[in-house]
Write a protein of this length. Structure first.
Length: 342
């Protein structure tokens, strides 16, 4: 019962008897005493109703504002992270799987894979999201997060959306470059940065449009024994289980990039013009152009961008935008450490 309804019922039940009692009382002193008691009773009723209303208020979600983080951050040791993920996976009890739905885990790959190769790696587990970027040598490229339920169909569709957005970025960069007036050193530098941004975005659009080898991590959900099987597959670098995750929209996943092999560091952009799009070998060395609003004003990589969920899906909500994943600029070649499987 709502507090307003309760107060109305109290009025209907208490006021008529009090009115009749007042009518029968003729002397002022008796009327004053009755009024005093009526006031006391009314105040007590209001106070009791207020306390009841507060106690009866619905309890909000106490997890609001809490964010779970899975993966690496700047300064982390990549070998240390891989060892920790392998140990956590080996120690994951079967009870971590709740009602058959499984445990969320961050799967990182040894290299960049095209969408069609993902079926062999992730085809038998539930996939929520894949992470990708175009590995242009010596350039910063944007990290994108593509909600994925069907592998490889949703990944291909997501890449097509990214390609269309990159085409729009190219036009925007070119318009900005054309709008820069003057021939001073500052104007030339700004114009060159816009031109460079257009070149990178052009290469990214072409790569995504052809279904490039750009996927390097995924968020999956499966039973512990299935996750251990995934960790043993040739293209898998690590499986980091996250049994503490219940809601993807309150979880930030930051997987290490394939070229990060020692310590997670901010990326370096050496600035050569991308002469061609990357091949599908996944062997090139990294990283992401600054956002349009800050070109020429920041050396930080572009933020992670989430592609809208596939229209055909009714899956769980996707994660909030996560922080930029840094790239270790001094890592080239060699095999990535692979976690031991149990």
């Amino acid at each position: 019962m709502r507090a307003g309804n309760l107060l109305r019922q109290l009025d209907q039940r208490l006021l008529p008897p009090l009115t009749r009692a007042l009518a029968r009382l003729g002397d002022r002193s008796a009327r004053s005493g009755v009024l005093t008691w009526a006031a006391v009773l009314s105040a007590a009723a209001v106070l009791g109703t207020a306390v009841w209303a507060v106690d009866d208020a619905p309890v909000g979600d106490r997890t609001v504002g809490e964010v779970t983080r899975v993966g690496v951050t700047d300064g982390d040791s990549v070998p240390g992270y891989l060892r920790s993920a392998a140990a956590d996976l080996a120690a994951l009890p079967a009870s971590a799987s709740s009602a058959g739905s499984g445990t969320y885990a961050l799967v990182t790959l040894t290299g960049y894979l095209p969408p069609q190769r993902l079926a062999a790696v992730l085809g038998d587990v539930g996939v929520s999201t894949v992470f990708g970027r175009v590995p242009l040598p010596g350039r910063q490229t944007e990290i994108v997060r593509i909600p994925t339920l069907r592998v490889p169909d949703d990944v291909v569709a997501g890449m097509a959306e990214v390609a269309a957005r990159k085409d729009a970025e190219v036009a925007d960069y070119q318009a900005r470059a054309a709008a820069v007036d003057g021939d001073g050193a500052g104007e030339r530098e700004l114009r060159d940065r816009y031109v460079s941004g257009a070149e990178v975005a052009t290469a990214e659009a072409a790569a995504y449009r052809t279904g490039c080898a750009c996927v390097y991590a995924a968020v999956v959900r499966a039973a512990p024994q299935v996750l251990r099987g995934v960790a043993a597959r040739p293209d898998v670098r690590a499986v980091d289980p996250a049994p503490e995750v219940y809601r993807l929209d309150r979880t930030v996943f930051t997987p290490p990039l394939p070229e990060q092999r020692d310590v997670v560091r901010p990326p370096a952009d050496t600035g050569p013009s991308p002469a061609s799009t990357p091949d599908n070998s996944g062997e090139s060395t990294p990283p992401a152009p600054a956002p349009l609003a800050s070109v020429g004003e920041s050396s930080e990589p572009a933020p992670v961008v989430t592609i809208p969920s596939p229209a055909s899906s009714s899956a769980e909500s996707t994660e909030p935008p996560s922080p930029t994943i840094a790239t270790s600029p001094d890592s080239t070649g060699g095999e990535s450490p692979t976690p031991a499987s149990s």
